[in-house]
Design a protein around this ligand. Structure first.
Ligand code: AHM
Ligand code: MG
Length: 335
């Protein structure tokens, strides 16, 4: 039996009513992300041609300056999200401060804020390894009709209304949640449409992959060191396999499909770890929980951490439920 393949555009509209404020605005917002993702994908895919068509800093054939891909991705997402009257502000890894969207929204009627890492893992581009876009969406907390404020962005992850990522990998996928499970869509580059390829994605409860930058082992807290040793012990289902791409989206995506745990702990060098709470950890935590996984800093649920600044970092342990709980046990016991 052949089924008609559902496109992302169709899926967004058809599932609109499962969202509690189903005014169509969130659907339109998700559609802007879908469009920007395609444009960025096209550019990321040309990255290897840089020597032929010009590198960042060069001038291209139209006389425009070539941009670094992360700057390009940032501009594209901001441009696309600004066009529809839905988003009042955007915070991005690429911008020191949040961007208030006043030009299109003079009366401050737009209700949503978006936090985004436009191109995560961009140091991987030069070596043809996959990168990703991560996004997180909230409703503003300040009243409509007033300018967007920092507090609209500093919301706990548990307040997210949607989150997702795009992985520009061997194929390009967009994976997102609006709080009703996680669905994955694969881009057919010949046609330029995303199709539902991974409905209702779930982390296996257990797994045998651990992903951590073990080069930093010496700087890790004792609980993490002990957990890593546990992963390496010879037991019935261990040692686990170590897989670390160094591209959060790809490591997370693989672990969600195969079962695994990702750790970016605090270290003596980086007391809060490296990853950013608002546009890296919280969206991944929302996806993880929606996919039957778990996410914490070792002690506190990621989505319960009270944000104090836009670019705040937190230790991050995320993945299959039983694996994260085991790592948390090691953290507690080493305290
Ligand atoms: P970036 O936002 O500067 O690209 O850094 C985030 C990336 C994650 O994708 C990845 O998991 C991590 O940094 C890798 O860091 P490290 O090289 O320290 O292991
Ligand atoms: Mg990043």
């Amino acid at each position: 039996m052949t089924h008609k393949k559902q496109t992302l555009g169709e899926f967004i509209i058809e599932n609109q009513s499962s969202f509690q404020y189903s005014s169509g605005e969130l659907s339109s917002l998700l559609n802007s992300i879908r469009l920007a993702a395609k444009v960025v994908n096209h550019e990321v895919n040309k990255a290897g041609l840089v020597d032929i068509i010009g590198a960042a800093g060069d001038t291209n054939i139209q006389g425009e300056d070539q941009q670094k891909l992360d700057v390009y991705a940032n501009d594209k997402f901001i441009q696309t999200l600004t066009k529809r009257n839905i988003v009042c502000g955007i915070a991005s890894e690429e911008e020191d401060d949040f961007v208030a969207i006043n030009s299109q929204d003079e009366n401050h009627q737009n209700k949503y804020v978006v936090l985004i890492d436009p191109l995560d893992g961009s140091s991987n581009i030069d070596v043809n390894v996959s990168v990703g876009t991560i996004f997180s969406i909230y409703r503003r907390v300040t009243p409509v009709g007033t300018p967007v404020q920092l507090e609209d962005f500093l919301q706990k992850g548990s307040e997210q209304v949607a989150a997702g990522y795009v992985v520009y990998g061997t194929s390009t996928m967009l994976v997102y949640t609006t709080g009703d499970g996680v669905n994955g869509f694969t881009l057919n580059p010949a046609i330029g449409s995303f199709y539902l390829s991974h409905p209702d994605m779930q982390f296996p409860e257990d797994g045998n992959i651990y992903s951590v930058n073990e080069g930093n082992y010496i700087h890790f807290p004792q609980g993490v060191k002990n957990y890593i040793k546990y992963c390496q012990e010879e037991e019935e289902d261990r040692p686990y396999t170590s897989r670390y791409i160094g591209s959060l989206v790809s490591d997370f995506h693989r672990n969600m499909i195969k079962g695994g745990i990702y750790l970016y702990p605090q270290s003596s060098k980086n007391p809060n770890g490296k990853l950013r709470l608002l546009y890296e950890c919280n969206p991944m935590a929302f996806l993880a929980e929606q996919a039957n996984g778990k996410s914490s800093d070792g002690f506190t649920r990621t989505m319960d951490v009270e944000p104090t600044e836009l670019h705040q970092r937190v230790p991050f342990i995320c993945g299959s439920k039983n694996m994260v709980e085991k790592a948390e046990e090691f953290m507690r016991n080493a305290k």
